[in-house]
Design a protein around this ligand. Structure first.
Ligand SMILES: [Zn+2]
Ligand SMILES: [Zn+2]
Length: 369
């Protein structure tokens, strides 16, 4: 994890009035390895379809660490990071009809206009007017307030009495693990699944794969703590690939065939190549990982294996369904949360999340009350 510039001035919370202009505090990116919790202007309504949301809870994503390392060059100096969170609607533009001031909402990591060709096909991730823009191309959710474009399509109402911490997992990781891993991987009753990577996203796939009662869900990681968590969350078997031969063990667990679904939830060449060795004839490799390097594709072995490789950026089309499973307590997403901080302690939260193995961190929750 890149180093973090720690502010030496005392931190001020809440909105304060400086002359005419209102300000807030936010986590601001200043180039690779440099970030600070600093004063920024309060966001306003720029288009009639916008809403401004007061953040009550947010989190840090592995993607934010990629940004801090400089892996996402489109993120420019001065950008407020974050694409996950829940909050309360503060203001709405004149064209917003689904939400009003005071509504409690889940913010989707994907902004969608609902009108373009991709949106009409449910491929919100490629919305011509949105997609993944929050904390990327526009200011994000690691702030006291955030502007959400196309609010009618990009926010979801929080049902009364639902635990808001659990719902932060709906902004990104649950739909990502489910859509890119489980749905694309066509997990089925009685099928066999291997998930490479037992971080928050791999664990989100593990939790949501169980909707379909596969016979085996084998979790593979090099961190014993994360594998213990996976066992508690319903993995039928775990393999520590730093000391065990994952291919040999998976073959042993599957009568020599390999798995019907191999989910890649890391994003490095070694783990994608491992998936190519784990997939059974007729199986699917469902990629979730964010890859920064090219990967070798072993067509000399796979050309005759009837396999499918899928890639996807989360569309968040499954968010309403996943919300119902949390509400009905079929899905306990809160157990992914390991650490809690106040929003103004976000630099400490980054330090903890950046040392996830040592800190045994999965998801951190930042609260702004
Ligand atoms: Zn995320
Ligand atoms: Zn669109």
């Amino acid at each position: 994890m890149a180093t973090i510039d720690v502010l030496t001035e005392p931190l001020v919370t809440g909105v304060k009035i400086t002359g005419e202009s209102k300000t807030m505090h936010a986590l601001v990116f200043h180039g690779p390895g440099k970030q600070s919790w600093e004063e920024k202007p309060l966001p306003g309504i720029l288009k009639p379809t916008d809403a401004v949301v007061r953040i009550t809870k947010t989190t840090i994503c592995g993607t934010d660490l990629h940004i801090m390392k400089g892996d996402v060059p489109e993120v420019t100096d001065g950008r407020i990071l974050g694409h996950e969170g829940v909050g309360v609607v503060e203001k709405t533009g004149s064209a917003v009809t689904n939400f009003k001031k005071g509504d409690r909402v889940i913010i989707s990591c994907i902004t969608s206009c609902g009108k373009c060709d991709y949106c009409k096909r449910g491929m919100y991730s490629h919305c011509e007017n949105g997609g993944w823009i929050l904390g990327h191309l526009i200011d994000g959710t690691q702030a006291e307030y955030v502007r959400i474009p196309f609010a009618d399509n990009s926010l979801y109402h929080i049902p009364e009495g639902t635990d808001e911490e659990a719902l932060v997992m709906l902004s990104d990781i649950l739909p990502t693990g489910f859509e890119c891993g489980v749905l694309n991987g066509k997990v089925q009753p009685g099928s066999t699944v291997a998930i490479v990577g037992s971080g928050p996203i791999g664990l989100a796939s593990l939790l949501t794969a169980q909707f379909y009662t596969p016979a085996e869900i084998i979790m593979i990681d090099s961190d014993d703590n994360r594998l213990e968590v996976a066992e508690r969350f319903g993995a039928t078997r775990t393999i520590n690939n730093s000391r065990e031969d994952a291919v040999e063990k998976v073959k042993a667990f599957t009568a020599g065939r390999g798995v019907d679904t191999a989910i890649e939830a890391v994003g490095i060449p070694a783990t994608f190549e491992l998936c190519q060795s784990l997939v059974a004839p007729g199986g699917i490799i469902a990629n979730i990982g964010v890859h920064g390097k090219s990967v070798e594709l072993h067509l000399e072995k796979l050309w005759a294996q009837n396999i499918t490789i899928t890639t996807r950026l989360v569309d968040t089309v499954s968010t309403p369904m996943l919300l119902k499973t949390i509400q009905s307590k079929k899905l306990d997403s809160k157990k992914l949360i390991t650490h809690r901080f106040k929003l103004n302690e976000i630099l400490d939260a980054y330090a903890t999340f950046g040392n996830a193995t040592r800190e045994k961190a999965l998801k951190v929750i930042l609260t702004n009350e």
